[in-house]
Structures are given as structure tokens and as C-alpha cells.
Design a binder for this molecule. Structure first.
Ligand code: 4AD
Ligand code: MG
Length: 428
């Protein structure tokens, strides 16, 4: 297999390599040229001399031209990754058109989004996508190490999960169907079949929100397990969170560098995370001069004020049932509240996960389904889970892009997914 720039680090001085690279900049000094090139795993400087086979092509190269380079590795402490390539032969695989849209200058956000298929090649965007990859892979590795099975919930569904106001509906032959808002309801069936499970896939919200945290298509990691109480649910979340931050620090230090992320903040993260009961959160907010009525959900200004107050990822627990989903178990200590939790991050990260213990009682569940104005017929399979050996399950959903946004410190969530879908964008 062809090596990549990343592989060069472990190779020896004087070794021969062949690489496929894309030209970033060219400094032509007459008898010698310096090409800075990328391949998606890193950047490297290629030195092309007059004696190099193919030297004559250098003059004609443009940004993003694809080249094949046969070269000798030269360890060089002054260069970015400690390595320089001394080209012996250069072949042009594809001479990029001279009007490459993305130039080393300021472009508007709209222009970059329009050219997202090319924008993802630039250093910062590629760094974010590599960190996203680490989080996707390591989250699954961690859950696997804890005995969770991966299952997959359907995307085409006949029912709502997170409220009917944000459903994307579509015609499904003679029937109405929806794009999944969350794999959770199916995950409860999975958990009763396999014990500890997680699903991980795209979810959809027809949310009219134009914020830096909302996408209409986003990926959610959703663990669900039997025999888990609220406390256990919090522990899983903080342990997963800590392990993800640690893995990104280990595997993506160059990328965090490229993004100029303040890693001192990431290095300080440790479990257990502070836990704030909903009622206590109301009191803290009151002291900070915010008035939130009992029963209301928190807006982003409240989340930010609380996050600044705590200055570490933290949990808010026991939200009122008035502002949360129909399936959440009632708090035995206060029947106005639920056994629910959100994990919030500082530095404007906002809500990263949302979860709850689920209602186990079939009678109560049916009441809640009706109260919510949902059709009990459509939920009969979900209700069955309580009728046949149903025991309490609990779980949560982590918004992948919210997590990536916070870890990378990227301003807008749309840069954390290769091809963002938002209220005003579905292309490219
Ligand atoms: O809090 P949410 O709506 O919870 C659920 O869907 C549960 N059924 C999950 C479960 O218990 N299995 O969404 C979970 C997370 C949020 O905390 C947030 O990180 C992310 O999904 N999220 C979004 N991310 C980007 N754009 C949006 N529009 C999002 N809506 C939710
Ligand atoms: Mg939520």
C-alpha cells in the first residue's frame, strides 16, 4: 500500500518513498523549487532540483494539482513535521485548473459553504474532520470495551420520538412516514433483547433554528441499557466524555494545533462532573439575575450563564416533565420532575447530550402517549415492550457534531460535518 505523509514520521532518514500529493504552494528559485503539499494526513515540503526527473513540470503546477513523487526522506528538524522529501522523480497526475476556487485569502462563509466539496481539503476543515473521525471511532471502541452491542435503528419511521413540531415527513407509498429524530424508541427494544446497546446514525430535525448549534441532519450516538438508574446514566456519560477528550488529545494533537484550540481547557476535564439539580439551577440563575419559571426549559443564554458559572462540563438533572419528552420516568421525589439529564459544556458548547430513565409502567406510558396527542396505535409496539418482560431502561443521545464543535472550538456546527444540512442549505 502507498504510504501517507503521516507514515513518514516512523520512516528512516534516506529511505525511498512514493507518495500521491496535492500541491499547496510553490516557491520557485530557478535551479531548485520547494513545493508544500498535502495528502489529507498531513503536509510535507518537497524539494525539487534541476536534476530531478520531471523538474520541467514544476513551473506549470497550480494549487491542488495532483502529483506523484518518488523521493528520499530527509530528516530535518527545521521543517514542520521534522521531515523533508528530496524528489527524485515528479509525475503530474492531474493538473488542476488554474481557477481553483479556494485561494489563500478571505472568502465569505456562503462562498465556502457553496464550495464545501473543495473547502474540506483546507487544513482547518480537514483537521476538524480527522477529529470527528477519532470521536466516532473511539466512542464505539469505548462502548465496546464496556460490553455494549452496536445495533442500528431505522431511519424511516411511522412515529415521532422527540415531539411532532420538528418532524420531516414524507410519503411512504400509501402511508405517511417520518425521518427518524432519534433511534431511542427502537433502542429500548434492542436493550430488552441484548442488554446493553448503542446505535449510531443520522437523525433529522425540521428545526427552524438558525443557531450555531443546529443542523437539520446530524449524527447521534445513543447508548441504552437495562438496569441503569439516573446515577449510572451520568457515570457512563462522563466516562465516555473523558475518554473521548483523552483520545483526541492523544491522536489529534497536530490537528488541535492547526485549529489553535486551547488544549489546557481540554486537559483539565475530569470525572465526576458537577451535577446540578433543575431546582438548584433555577436558584443559581436567579442569583445571576435570570428569571426562569419553574417548568420551563433553559434557553441558550441560561445554559451559557450556568456553564460559565461551573467552568467545566456538567450535568443538569431532573428536568420538569412539562418541558421534556413523553417517555421520561417520573422522579419519585417530586412528581413534577423527571429522571432526566443534559450534559452541557463550557466555552459556548451548550447541550452535548440529553438522556433519561424511561417510563417502565405500561399504564402510565399509555397516558403520556395520549397526553402528548400521539396515536396509541402507532406506538403499540413500543407499549408492548412494557407488557412483555419490560424492565426499566435508561439511555442518552450524544450529538456528534455538538461534541466535535466543543472539542475543536469551531464556531459553527456546520463545519463539523462534511456536508451540512441546515434550514437554508441542502447542497452540495
Ligand atoms: O436531547 P435530544 O433531543 O435527545 C434525544 O433525541 C433522545 N431521544 C436521545 C436518547 O435519549 N437516546 O438530542 C440528543 C442530542 C442533544 O443533546 C444534542 O447534542 C444533539 O442531540 N442535537 C442536535 N445536534 C445538532 N443539531 C440539532 N438540531 C440537534 N438536536 C439535538
Ligand atoms: Mg435535549
Amino acid at each position: 500500500m502507498m504510504p501517507t505523509i503521516k507514515n513518514l514520521k516512523v520512516m528512516k532518514d534516506g529511505e525511498n518513498v512514493s507518495l500521491i500529493l496535492w500541491v499547496q504552494t510553490i516557491r520557485n528559485m530557478g535551479k531548485i523549487s520547494f513545493i508544500s503539499a498535502r495528502d489529507g494526513t498531513g503536509e510535507v515540503q518537497v524539494v525539487v532540483k534541476k536534476s530531478t526527473k520531471g523538474f520541467e513540470f514544476v513551473d506549470d503546477l497550480s494549487i491542488e494539482s495532483a502529483i506523484m513523487v518518488k523521493a528520499l526522506i530527509k530528516k530535518d528538524e527545521r521543517s514542520k513535521n521534522g521531515i523533508e522529501l528530496q524528489a527524485q522523480e515528479l509525475t503530474v497526475l492531474n493538473k488542476s485548473s488554474n481557477e481553483y476556487p479556494i485561494q489563500p485569502k478571505e472568502h465569505s462563509a456562503a462562498f465556502l459553504l457553496e464550495n464545501r466539496h473543495l473547502w474540506i481539503r483546507t487544513p482547518k476543515q480537514a483537521a476538524v474532520l480527522r477529529i470527528r473521525s477519532t470521536i466516532e471511532v473511539e466512542a464505539q471502541n469505548w462502548l465496546d470495551s464496556q460490553g455494549y452491542y452496536r445495533v442500528d435503528s431505522p431511519i424511516l419511521t411511522p412515529n415521532a420520538c422527540e415531539g411532532t413540531t420538528t418532524l420531516f415527513n414524507l410519503e411512504y407509498f400509501e402511508q405517511e412516514a417520518y425521518l427518524s429524530q432519534s433511534g431511542q424508541l427502537y433502542n429500548e427494544a434492542h436493550a430488552l433483547a441484548l442488554g446493553k446497546v448503542y446505535c449510531f446514525g443520522p437523525t433529522f430535525r425540521a428545526e427552524k433554528s438558525k443557531t450555531r448549534k443546529h443542523l437539520t441532519e446530524f449524527w447521534m450516538l445513543e447508548p441504552e441499557a437495562v438496569g441503569l438508574d439516573l446515577n449510572g446514566l451520568l457515570e457512563i456519560q462522563e466516562n465516555l466524555f473523558v475518554s473521548l477528550v483523552k483520545k483526541v488529545l492523544e491522536k489529534n494533537s497536530d490537528d488541535l494545533d492547526t485549529l489553535k484550540r486551547d488544549t489546557s481547557k481540554l486537559k483539565k476535564i475530569k470525572a465526576p462532573f458537577p451535577r446540578i439539580h433543575y431546582v438548584e439551577a433555577l436558584k443559581i440563575l436567579e442569583k445571576l439575575n435570570f428569571k426562569v419559571k419553574f417548568g420551563s426549559d433553559f434557553g441558550s443564554e441560561h445554559e451559557e450563564a450556568l456553564a460559565e458559572h461551573v467552568n467545566h462540563p456538567f450535568f443538569i438533572t431532573n428536568f420538569p416533565s412539562a418541558c421534556k419528552a413523553f417517555y421520561m420516568a417520573i422522579d419519585p421525589e417530586d412528581e413534577r420532575l423527571t429522571l432526566s439529564v443534559d450534559l452541557l459544556a463550557p466555552e459556548g458548547g451548550g447541550e452535548i447530550t440529553g438522556g433519561a430513565v424511561r417510563i417502565a409502567d405500561p399504564v402510565l406510558l399509555l397516558e403520556k402517549i395520549k397526553e402528548e396527542g400521539l396515536d396509541p396505535k402507532v406506538f403499540s409496539w413500543y407499549h408492548d415492550l412494557r407488557k412483555y418482560g419490560g424492565v426499566q431502561t435508561a439511555g442518552f443521545g450524544m450529538g456528534l457534531e455538538r461534541m466535535v464543535r466543543w472539542v475543536t472550538g469551531i464556531h459553527h456546527v456546520r463545519a463539523t460535518i462534511p456536508f451540512p444540512r441546515t434550514i437554508d442549505r441542502i447542497s452540495p
